[in-house]
Design a protein around this ligand. Structure first.
Ligand code: RB5
Length: 144
């Protein structure tokens, strides 16, 4: 299960990703927002992060205007490793090396075509483990 969410500035991009999931029959939960009406991104980040930390979703996708604010908010939630990406290499390697569990995208930065490529590579790339596990464990230790 993939959790998706956005604020108003990421709404159109989140909708494009949601339609992609419908087309590809990828199971998702849409945590909103559900219209372009203004909504604060930290609350939207929390809804998607809760789906992951409470075990209902394995990965999440969050969209705001830049992807930055919503990633800062998501990274305050224990157990979340959120990566704001605008390029293919970062979206792939943040799964391989950081075991990122949330991808953050900017609706005012990216076109839907590139964003969906980033989503697909993020969802389909496994964590490499090994030496990277030690580093992820060190990140987790910073939460205490
Ligand atoms: C909303 O105007 C905008 O500030 C927000 O979507 C995001 O870009 C913040 O980082």
């Amino acid at each position: 299960m993939i959790a998706i969410g956005s604020d108003h500035a990421g709404f159109e991009l989140k909708e494009a990703i949601r339609r992609h999931f419908e087309d590809e029959e990828i199971e998702y939960v849409d945590c909103g927002c559900y219209s372009p009406e203004s909504v604060d991104y930290p609350m939207q980040a929390k809804k998607v992060c809760d789906e992951i930390t409470e075990g209902r979703a394995s990965l999440g996708i969050l969209c705001c205007g830049t992807g930055v604010g919503i990633s800062i908010a998501a990274n305050k939630v224990k157990g979340i490793r959120a990566a704001c990406c605008s390029d293919y290499f970062s979206a792939k390697y943040t799964r391989m090396h950081n075991d990122a569990n949330v991808l953050c995208l900017g609706g005012r930065v990216l076109g839907a075509g590139l964003a969906i490529e980033l989503v697909d590579v993020f969802l389909n790339t496994p964590f490499e483990g090994g030496r990277h596990q030690r580093r992820v464990d060190q990140i987790t230790a910073l939460e205490k």
